[in-house]
Ligand binder design. Structure first.
Ligand code: BG6
Length: 484
């Protein structure tokens, strides 16, 4: 049995920046199957050798010190290139011929990785089906689909329908690279491999949850794409809702792709629907100053580059606990963090001598400075009963002898090769997520849209967002991670 990974969109940025470096690193670790081959497909007129040379340069750049000349030559022998046009059926019959030539074993597992323009996903799937390339009688056939998966519920449903015409759901791997991050998977370990957190992980003890994905970068050259998308489609429908699902889900009976995803999907079913004034009260949008001068952005654009949402998950565990989700470009620093803010003690013992305690806080640092911190009150030495916040700090970086955290794509590619879809989005998950985001986008496009707040880059979004939180008796955890 051999394994072939066919990448559509071979000359694109994702392939050279992420996919090939990840496959090469898996190869270096001895984790790629022995007989694995990679076939790149795109319209550029490369030969096998030309593509190998280009990848050699880019991989060298992206893997840095780990690049090893001898290993690369061995790896490069497994790389092939096929010039092809997704809209042309002859390209697919020629691809089928090439695959038959290079797959020397009778049966072969294949992964088709769609890293092309999203408008071509449905066509690529149709062509794969028509060319007989989805036929899995002689080995598994899986398809990996990059984000964005649709631009709203309707387009996502349509895309799901066209994929299901050719592939069964268990053959489909929808990527959200956040699920490939070690620290996101570590939330499963934190919650389900420890007994001390679970009793506290609910409405009795948790005041609220903050999920922040802040980016220091601005939109830059991606203006054309970004303006159509905005922060809700670009970050919330996928990454932030994924983080919410993993934080809020119930423990599955087993760590099994469908059981894990069943539990995640239940969280989306619980999200309280916003109606009427909720859109003004529970959603907040901003745009950084200078966005309108980005290349490809229309002068009058009202696209949000920052958003905050207050969501409720109506179930027994979380009823009335707000989940604050926020994300923006042009912010103070790059940080993705989940803060579980616990309730204050019920009765303050130390009277005026004790400053009002902030309540305990568990901070999950997803990136950079990957780790977990527990904030708790301790007595200030040599004082009466004054307290201050102290921290128990776990950092992945400080684990002696531990290698650097692998890039998300290594894990995701390996899981797809091994047929484990736990860290990929299922069709119902993607559609339910759009069902949450679509009404907010519609409200923001309506005459009753909440104000679009402008903000200077380099801070934590519009200053009004702090007032918004304070009016609710709460504070954002605006702390940039400390990198060693
Ligand atoms: C992508 C978005 O999905 O995620 C980008 O399209 C964003 O706009 C990126 O910058 C963030 O990913 P990461 O892994 O750098 O947090």
């Amino acid at each position: 049995m051999s394994d072939t990974i066919v990448i559509f969109g071979a000359s694109g940025d994702l392939t050279s920046r992420k996919l090939i470096p990840a496959l090469f690193q898996l190869f270096l670790k001895g984790r790629l199957p022995q007989e694995a081959r990679i076939v790149g497909v795109s319209r550029s007129d490369f030969t096998h050798q030309k593509w190998r040379d280009l990848l050699s340069q880019s991989t060298r750049q992206y893997v840095g010190d780990q690049f090893n000349e001898t290993a690369w030559s061995e790896f490069a022998n497994r790389i092939f290139y096929h010039p092809g046009d997704i809209t042309n059926s002859e390209s697919f019959s020629a691809l089928a011929k090439l695959l038959a030539e290079i797959e020397t074993t009778e049966s072969s597992s294949r992964i088709y990785y769609l890293s092309t323009m999203p408008q071509l996903y449905a066509e690529a799937i149709k062509q794969l089906g028509a060319a007989g390339l989805a036929d899995d009688r002689h080995g598994s056939r899986r398809v990996i689909i990059e984000k964005p998966f649709g631009t709203d519920l309707k387009t996502a449903q349509r895309l799901n329908d066209s994929i299901h015409d050719v592939f069964r759901e268990d053959q489909i791997y929808r990527i959200d690279h956040y699920l490939g991050k070690e620290t996101v998977q570590n939330i499963f370990a934190l919650r389900f491999a420890n007994s001390i957190f679970e009793p506290l992980w609910n409405r009795r003890y948790v005041d609220h949850v903050q999920i922040t994905v802040a980016e220091e970068v601005v939109v830059g050259r991606r203006g054309g794409y970004y303006d159509e998308s905005g922060v809700l489609r670009d970050m919330f429908q996928n990454h932030l809702l994924q983080l919410l699902m993993i934080t809020a889900m119930e423990p599955p009976a087993r760590y099994d792709a469908n059981l894990v995803r069943d539990e995640k999907v239940k969280v989306l079913h619980c999200i309280r629907k916003m109606v009427g004034g909720d859109f003004a009260n529970q959603t907040f949008r901003g745009q950084y100053e200078g966005y309108l001068s980005e290349e490809g952005v229309p002068e009058e654009s009202e696209t949000a580059t920052f958003a905050a949402l207050k969501l409720y998950c109506d179930n027994w565990r979380w009823k009335d606990v707000p989940f604050y989700l926020r994300s923006g470009k042009g912010m103070s620093c790059r940080t993705t963090q989940i803060v579980i803010q616990f309730k204050q003690v019920p009765h303050i013992l130390f009277g005026a001598k004790m400053r009002e305690p902030l309540g305990n806080r568990l901070v999950i640092q997803v990136q950079p400075a990957e780790g977990i911190q527990l904030h708790f009150e301790t007595k200030v030495p040599d004082s009466d009963m004054k307290t201050r916040t102290s921290t128990l700090d776990f950092s992945f970086q400080n684990q002696a002898g531990e290698a650097d955290l692998p890039d998300a794509y290594q894990r995701l590619l390996l899981d797809a090769i091994n047929g484990d879809a736990s860290l990929f989005a299922r069709s119902d998950e993607v559609e339910l997520a759009w069902g949450i985001i679509d009404p907010i986008i519609a409200a923001w496009d309506s005459p009753a849209a909440p104000e679009l707040h402008r903000y200077a880059t380099g801070y934590w979004g519009p200053s009004e967002i702090s007032d918004w939180m304070q009016e609710q008796g709460r504070e954002w955890f605006d702390v940039c991670p400390v990198l060693n």
